[in-house]
Design a protein around this ligand. Sequence first.
Ligand code: 3PY
Ligand code: MG
Length: 260
Amino acid sequence: MPFPAVHAGFSSSLMKSKTHLTAFCQFPDPNVTEALARTKLDSVLLDMQHGMFDEAAVIACVAAAALEGKPVFVRVPVGCGGLVSRVLDFGAVGVVCPMVNTVTDAEKLVAYTKFPPLGARSWGPRRAIPLSGLSGPEYLKQANELNLSIAMIETQQALDNLEAILSVPGIDGVFVGPVDLSVSLSDGSSLSSPKVDAALTRVAERAGAAGKLSGIFAASTEHAIDYAAKGYRFIGLMQDAMFLQKAADDAVTRVRERTE
Ligand code: 3PY
Ligand code: MG
């Protein structure tokens, strides 16, 4: 049976969609990815920066999500060059790259996510071709649109360079890491500094004005609703561990309320 062509038309519909909800996966198990991909989430995001994913787990989990018809994003570790192209070869529809602080960082990301003339990605899309449903030559023609490069904005320096980062050709969007942004804006003293709020509104506005995707990690449904109201369209709604813990706590609380 051929793979479902989960990439076909995905990036253009994401760029136009009102709110795209993905979730961060940190447990590197295809059963967890499959369970999340089987929900109403629009995609899943495998976290190689802070999650336990290695390359083998990414390959297995991309396939698990594809069987549920869902595309996968991968967050790579900071400054990890060649791995960016590798996860696209493995079938990730897009890469979310942490700590993109300068135009040079953004240009490096583009070099690894896009084929010439935009970038310098090397050819070898082993799993990406079946997931795109395209022939090799067609994939080469369309890959720069199919595969998204998303730069994380999570420092004061990135905020200072926001417009310049957004204007780098081949950067499809930005994605705020609110916790690291708070650590940066508070000089290392807070995980949730009030200074983050004003910055959040500006990032969503600037991304919208540049015609690029605005993304952010939301640690709760309330945060996600607030971020959507601020104009964010690509929301990382919680993490696999958070969903498990919250569902277990809610269930135990409900039963205890009626039995004690
Ligand atoms: C942050 O909040 O810094 C993140 O990277 C979210 O995943
Ligand atoms: Mg971060």
